[in-house]
Design a binder for this molecule. Structure first.
Ligand code: FA5
Length: 348
């Protein structure tokens, strides 16, 4: 008959062998084996039942073997559990591993809208000349949009700038010129002349067609100081238009009329396509009309609290869409507002 020691030694070697064969993915298998060996009704308990038949001298000797066997088994089960866990983590890492040598997925780059790009480019040029950039209100009062621009209620020139009214006195501004009045009345001339530009959206009751929209963008420019003359206006516009359309461009001032400037001019730039010879872009004239400008009307200065016998100024207002259309050969203004990617992506 087998002795207890023999049974123990067989149990240990059988269990170690079973632990070796165990499927490391199945926690359950390990636990079942542990219970079948070490549990209350397990093989080890079964062997221990034989202890009661031993003599008093033999009991401590065999008891030592029993303890040793229990320690070996406990350690083996702990180690197996640890190995299984490590194995599982290793498998998981292998499955999820990131190959850092793979080339990155290309990110599709967008770009600012062409009108934003145009306005930023113009802002940069003026910032370089010491101008400040001022934000105006799109919802404006009749007072600033018209009255302060020398366009009283019964003035016929108001007909050309009908707009969307919120109330009788509050409207969507028809041009960026009200920013002139708002800036002039706040400026402290002891700190030097006022030099500002103000880009923004404007609204008119115009019928939409290829070159007109009921909402579009302007950039207002204003310089007020002592001794500011028409020559300053011409020099400034020449510089900005050469930067926008090329070094060889010339500009031409034609008499015009705005109630808020005197004298007033329309400004043409020599055609960038034909250089002045005449072509389809300039309608065979050699010139392209680009903006309205003039010397600030003394009445407009006075209404903003500026002494017109001491100070003078020039102002201009250009249509941003107009500039972008001419520069990039865009033939329909509506393209700017459709949000069509095929249009926008051309101006990266
Ligand atoms: C004005 O709005 C004046 N406030 C400009 C000005 C400022 C003159 C300071 C003198 C001193 P005008 O109405 O011409 O002027 O408009 C200026 C520019 O806005 C035009 O040259 C044109 O490029 C653009 N524009 C006018 N109406 C429309 C429209 N419906 N759609 C698109 N662009 C327009």
């Amino acid at each position: 008959m087998e002795t207890i020691e023999e049974k123990l030694s067989k149990l240990v070697s059988d269990t170690l062998a079973s632990l070796n064969d165990i499927n490391s993915d199945l926690d359950r298998e390990l636990e079942d084996l542990r219970v079948s060996v070490m549990g209350k009704k397990g093989s080890l308990t079964e062997i221990l039942k034989g202890m009661k038949d031993l003599s008093a001298e033999m009991r401590p000797v065999v008891g030592k073997h029993v303890n040793e066997a229990r320690d070996v088994l406990t350690q083996a089960f702990d180690q197996a559990a640890k190995d299984m866990e490590a194995d599982r983590i290793a498998k998981q890492l292998a499955a999820e591993s990131i190959d850092v040598t793979l080339p990155g997925r290309p990110v599709k780059r967008g770009q600012a809208h062409i009108l934003t790009q145009t306005s930023q480019e113009i802002e940069d040029i003026f910032l370089g000349m010491g101008y400040q950039i001022v934000d105006g209100f799109e919802v404006e009062s009749d007072h600033y949009n018209f009255e302060r621009m020398n366009l009283p209620k019964d003035h016929p020139a108001r007909d050309m700038q009908d707009t969307f009214y919120i109330t009788e006195e509050v409207l969507l501004r028809t041009h960026t010129s009200p920013v002139q009045a708002r800036t002039m009345e706040k400026h402290d001339f002891s700190q030097g002349p006022l030099k500002m530009i103000s880009p923004g959206r404007v609204y008119r009751r115009d019928t939409d067609d290829a070159t007109h929209s009921h909402q579009f963008h302007q950039i207002e420019g204003l310089v007020v100081g002592q001794g500011i003359s028409m020559a300053d206006l011409k020099g400034t516009l020449e510089l900005i238009l050469q930067k926008m359309f090329g070094k060889d461009r010339k500009i031409r001032l034609r008499p015009s009329y705005f109630p808020f400037t005197e004298p007033s001019v329309e400004v043409d730039v020599s055609c960038f396509k034909c250089g002045g010879q005449g072509c389809n872009v300039c309608k065979q004239t050699g010139w392209i009309e680009i903006l309205g400008a003039g010397m600030v009307h003394p009445q407009v200065l006075e209404m903003s609290g500026i002494d017109s016998s001491q100070y003078s100024g020039f102002a201009f207002g250009l249509g941003q869409e107009r500039i972008a259309m001419l520069r990039y050969g865009i033939n329909d203004i509506r393209g700017f507002y459709l949000g069509d990617q095929r249009f926008s992506e051309q101006f990266k």
